[in-house]
Ligand binder design. Sequence first.
Ligand code: FES
Length: 271
Amino acid sequence: MVASEPKPNLINEEKLFLQQEEETFQWKKQWYPVAVIDHIDASHPHQIQLLGKNLVLWRDGDNKWRCFDDVCPHRLVPLSEGRIESDGTLLCAYHAWRFDGEGNCVKIPQSKDAVTEAKNCSNSKACAISYPVKELQGLIWVWGESGQQAKVESELRKPRLIPELEETSDRVIKLYWYQRDLPFGWDFYMENVMDPAHVPVSHHGLYGNRYSDAKYYDMIPVRKVSTQEGFSFEIPPIDPSFGTGIQDFQPPCHHRIELTSNDQRQLILAL
Ligand code: FES
C-alpha cells in the first residue's frame, strides 16, 4: 500500500457524510430573506432575529448591506444600538469602537497610541462576527452561519429565488413586497397557511364564502415529498372565479400559492 492511498474506512466515512448531508436538511447552511430593501431605513442599524440569533443589519459606506452578530466584541453590547458614521463604519454606542463592512475593527479610541491601536485592531478577537449577505429580487438575504467556511459554502448554494421575477418579459407583473413580523415559528405558519379548510371561513368575502365553501377539500400531491425540495399539493377551486390552487413549499423558506383563474391568468403569492 502506498502512503498517499486513502484508507477504505475514510472513503466510507466521506460517503456516509455526503449521504447524511443529502438526507438531513441543513437549516443553517441556507439563504434567508430577512428584509425588504425598499422598506428598511439605511441610516441606522437594525436588530433582526434569524434561527434564534440576534443579528444586526446595516448598510456600509459602499452601500452594501452587512450582517453581524448583534454583539460588540469588546463588552458584548448590541451593535444595533450603535450608529453608522460618515466614513461608512458601524460605531458601537458604548466605547466608540468602529467596524468596517467585513467586521474588521478599524478604530479603538482608547488606545494609547497609533501603534497600539493598529495592534489591537488586528486582533481577531476585536472583530465583529460577520455573515454572508446578498441583495436579490428586492430582498436582503442572510446566510445562516458566519465565518470563513460560511463564505465558501454560501457561494455554492443559490437562494430560493422566485423564478418568475427573473423573467424580463412583460408576462410577469410584480406587485409589491409586504412585510409583517409575527411572533411564531415557520412550522406554525405553514400549518396555518397550507390548511385549505380555513380559507373560505377566515377569508370570507375575499376568497370563498364561509357558508357555502366550508367543506371537505382534497389535497392532491403534485410531487414526491423530498427532504431537499419540500412538497407541493393541489387543491380544488375554493372560489368559483378561480381554478385549482397549488401550494408549494421549498425549504428553507420559499412558500408559494399559485391560483389560476378561469381565463388562465395566474396569481402567485410568494411568501
Ligand atoms: S462595548 Fe462596544 S466599544 Fe465597548
